[in-house]
Design a protein around this ligand. Sequence first.
Ligand SMILES: *[C@@H]1O[C@H](CO)[C@@H](O)[C@H](O)[C@H]1NC(C)=O
Ligand SMILES: *[C@@H]1O[C@H](CO)[C@@H](O)[C@H](O)[C@H]1NC(C)=O
Length: 245
Amino acid sequence: MLDVLILLLSLSSTVVLVPPPSITPAPCRQCCDHLGAEESSRDQAELSYVPEVRTYINMTILKGDKGDRGDRGTPGKAGIEGPPGSQGPMGSKGSKGQAGLPGDPCKVQHSAFSVARRKSLHSSEAYQALIFDTVFVNLGDHFNMFEGRFFCRIPGVYFFNVNIHTWNFKETYLHIMQNDSERAIVYAQPSDRSIMQSQSLMLELHLDDQVWIRLYKRERENAIYSDDVDVYITFNGYLIKPSEE
Ligand SMILES: *[C@@H]1O[C@H](CO)[C@@H](O)[C@H](O)[C@H]1NC(C)=O
Ligand SMILES: *[C@@H]1O[C@H](CO)[C@@H](O)[C@H](O)[C@H]1NC(C)=O
């Protein structure tokens, strides 16, 4: 063995004789000898170096497999409305429309009616249309005799007039109507004298507007007088100026 060591040492460049590493010869003893005091104390010191064993549980091992994905939750409440966005850019200008048909400078539009009633009338309902039985003028049949209504076929400004004769001791209460709106009243209190009463007005009418006379019966008797000899009740209307289209 010493020969090998020398051989190894001689192979290295610097020959330094070093003592063999800590080979302390064990003290000679008999196998049946008691352990010496020095020996036993050394064993005890070695025992105290035994590392403490701690119980460590790796939770990762205990963990199960990953579960299935849960159901989707209910959606949350809507957030607060944001501020309005900025105004967008202006659109491009549209193309010019086609020119209309040439107008007729000589064309004059007419609408006129004059109707009358020869029979007296006691109104029986709260609201009752006044119907006429005599035609003096009805251009283009714009006045409907069955309904007692003038139908506007030419939009524009119209003049209307109504004349009635009151009945003594009875109330007279009627309205000039435009569609379902009262425009003017003809009224007379009950009196021992019967008199002629009238009302006139101008109305701006739109296409299909209707103008008519409505009787209004309250708690008292409501009536207008006429007889077969003379005409007491008339309703007249005509176009003053058509609307510019
Ligand atoms: C626990 O165990 C897992 C799986 O075997 C492993 O990847 C991880 O490194 C361990 N953690 C510790 C602290 O030992
Ligand atoms: C009057 O009534 C007619 C028919 O219902 C309708 O066409 C017209 O627009 C009405 N006019 C107004 C001013 O309401």
